[in-house]
Design a protein around this ligand. Structure first.
Ligand code: NAD
Ligand code: RM4
Length: 253
């Protein structure tokens, strides 16, 4: 019960890593507000699980690329639960594409959802936390891709480095308000975001072979790191980044 009676907001909480985080924070005693975009049915299934764990949940649909989504999501959570203790900025996309012929729209959309979306949500949640006056925690889901490149991810990896950098700067900007800002850097986790990419057996075998712990990650592998950074156990941790990648990053040879 590391998050007993806390209110946790999660963007992109309808599936994959965000849905697993929603279930884990509920298991740890939190009420949960999830955002997602065009994915109401999956979001409802997550809420059913949250309620089965004895906690309250709400879902607010909206595109995080738009600043008004951040305001509406925060407001809805405050209406339902009275406050915001934790934001998990998780929503993201990775439309794998070659560099030389990348459509400008693919680049722009990836930047707007992943980086601007995290920025807008962090600002909206932080303003609410400052208003409450008793601190809070923000955890952004960055990636191992903040640290290393990807041939078909030239639009995506800069957003993940940017999200990590956002947490570093916000740790400074918000420290005086008792708001801690950290990022989690998942390795390769099996979700819809990479289902097509990993459908290629050669690519999948190569990715598995890079991981000292011997397997690709599951969404459930990320929840523990998020709960730790969101909880009072991490009371003196801010501006930090926690890799959760089965050892992939350090595996040079
Ligand atoms: P996913 O495709 O399974 O889930 C993405 C979630 O984000 C869904 O709930 C979807 O509704 C939501 N979403 C997408 N676009 C949105 C938008 N414009 N507005 C609001 N919500 C939106 O993907 P995932 O693998 O669970 O990815 C979640 C996060 O984890 C992403 O930020 C991704 O970059 C990051 N990440 C994933 C991996 C991985 O290997 N799966 C590794 C490192 C980091
Ligand atoms: C992650 C990392 C994974 C990839 C996903 C889409 O940040 O790069 O390898 O599968 O993004």
């Amino acid at each position: 019960m590391l998050l007993k009676d806390k209110v946790v907001l999660i963007t992109g909480g309808s599936r994959g890593i965000g849905a697993a985080i929603a279930r884990e924070v509920a298991r740890q005693g939190a009420d949960v507000a999830i955002n997602s975009h065009d994915d109401d049915e999956a979001a409802q299934a997550v809420l059913t699980d949250v309620e089965a764990l004895g906690r309250r949940g709400i879902h607010v649909s909206g595109d995080v690329a738009l600043p008004e989504t951040a305001a509406a999501f925060t407001e809805a959570a405050v209406d339902a639960f009275g406050r915001v203790d934790v934001l998990v900025s998780n929503a993201g996309i990775c439309p794998f594409h070659a560099f030389l012929d990348m459509p400008v729209e693919t680049l722009k959309r990836t930047m707007e959802v992943n980086l601007h979306g995290a920025w807008f949500m962090t600002q909206a949640a932080a303003n609410q936390m400052v208003k409450q006056g008793d601190g809070g925690a923000i955890v952004a889901i960055s990636s191992i891709s903040a640290l290393v490149g990807g041939e078909f991810q030239t639009h995506y990896t800069p957003t993940k480095a940017g999200v990590h950098s956002l947490m570093q700067s916000c740790a400074i900007a918000l420290g005086k308000h008792g708001i801690r800002c950290n990022s989690v850097l998942p390795g390769t986790i099996l979700t819809d975001i990479n289902k097509d990419d990993l459908a290629d057996p050669e690519k999948r075998k190569y990715m598995e072979g890079r991981i000292p712990l011997g397997r690709l990650g599951q969404p459930e592998d990320i929840g523990g790191a998020v709960v730790f950074l969101a909880s009072d156990m991490a009371a003196y941790v801010t501006g930090a980044a926690l890799l959760v990648d089965g050892g992939a990053f350090v595996n040079l040879q």
